[in-house]
Design a protein around this ligand. Sequence first.
Ligand code: 6R9
Length: 627
Amino acid sequence: MDAFTQMYRHSIEEPDAFWAKQALCVDWQVPFTRVRNIDIGPDIVSIKWFADGTLNACHNCVDRHVDARGDQVAILWEGDEPGLAERITYRELHGAVCRLANGLRSLGIGKGDRVAIYLPMIPEAAISMLACARLGAVHSVVFGGFSAEALAGRIRDCGARVVVTANEGVRGGRTIPLKHNMDKALESCPFVEKCIVVGRTASQVDWVEGRDIRYLDLVDTMNAECEPEWMNAEDPLFILYTSGSTGKPKGVLHTTGGYLVACALSHRHVFDYRDGDIFWCTADVGWVTGHSYIVYGPLANGATTVMFEGIPTWPTPSRFWEICDRHGVTIFYTAPTAIRALMREGDEHVMRIDRSSLRILGSVGEPINPEAWRWYFEVVGEGRCPVIDTWWQTETGTIMIAPVPGVTPLKPGSAALPFFGVEPVLVDDAGRVLEGVAEGLLCLRDAGPGIMRTIHGDPARFIETYFRRFPGLYFTGDGCRRDEDGFYWITGRIDDVINVSGHRLGTAEIEGALVAHQAVAEAAVVGYPDAVKGQGIHAFVTLKAGEGETEALRQELRDFVRRQIGAIAQPDVIQWATALPKTRSGKIMRRILRKLAEGKVEELGDVSTLVDPGVVAALADVARARK
Ligand code: 6R9
């Protein structure tokens, strides 16, 4: 612990010296001479790391390992169908990435061009990301669970010239019509020149001549060598969309050098990664966790990274542990929602599979409740594997707060202590910094080199969202408590972002989808606690005059939201409301709606500022009846 504390202090007190040394964990084509260049003012935020260095992320994740470990497995893919697996060595990965990079180059893709990737969890997803990185093209991966509408919005926002998809995805024994969704999305994206289609299954799909290209046809004739484009450290690496409390999803932009250093360093230390480990992060590559801890972190460190196409409960709730056993997984990283779902299925599904290969267990995406933590630790890990609860965000790029295995004492439910270079600050509503034991809003004074640089196309929103409220600090949107040992306990979002099964959704986004329906006059969405998903979605909907509050309409609205955003955004509860509770200034009182959704009718508090307190009484009657 002393050595760790000393190293942490060094990272905060002498960041330039600390990071200059740590940044050598990646290969630089032109070494940097400057380390940190950060300017956080009221009207300008400029974050630059290693700004005069050049490197290539793909070279670092692939090429540099070929000599030393060319025959080691880089990507260990397990398909949805049990037993279906593929092992891709670093040498093979190099060939595959170069061929696709040459293919993309033949389509005119180069430095700075955007490429949207809408793929299932197949190796081609990682290969596509790396091929973009090789050319200096900016990838934007869109989660395969998003609908055509949501996909189109992201493709339009990032202005992709080329998109990559698959004919279908396969998950939990069912197929997902990815190409069909892409076709629909591209109807409103005429600027997209080419659509590359991976054949995941044998199914035929509609084909647009001249636009659509089979992946295999593209790469078949390509050379397996491709010179990487040497990028400036601050050149963009990717854009990834995430939900905020207002408006449309934000295109979080990450750059090359700092992000890659932060990925490699955190992957090594937080998971105690060592040569020979089999590392499995169960996230989807469509989320930041997949970017940093399936692709960039593990591959930068020359690890074997497991990629799983399926779901934890199919065909049986033993699936995760069977994969661990079959492939000798040593480090396993998943989300509390999966842990809770499996806990509910019973210990026997875990116990009947050998888990002796496991060494470290990680958690990410939402607060892990102590009960789930203990089950993970005692049942899954047999009491011998530390549970590493990692707190971070799409925006921070990499892990910010986490225990270090074998070093930090573990407290179930706490993400423990800040990682190197990370300086958390708790503030109250008025922006006063809170010292010692305290509970407040979590900000970061420093977040290390991996933090986002801007919102693509909207630098003003970047400042407004993260830096305006508390001058000089990055505001995370999370509430947090610091205990007597200086350990951090994340209490959850304090804004209108909800976390459903570890997926981040803006209530405004779902409301926007609901009011787009012709029958809906107004809608308000809140989260409520759910034992497995963390939070469920409760929508209060006011219909237009003359529309009937029918079960059929309820179903139609759920389908409507699914088509616009995706199945993850479908409301669990739709409650009809003749009106929504509003203040005199017209603000919807979400505090009250949250209590109603939780069924806490007795705790509504002061409703005197409402225009019409009768509105609440009517909604409360329904809540009472439901209880
Ligand atoms: C990596 C990721 C970020 C939000 C974040 C917070 C919640 C993530 C957590 C956690 C408590 C943890 N969150 N990890 N809350 N403990 N270990 O999840 O990124 O999808 O952007 O979500 O998720 O609320 O602000 P992202």
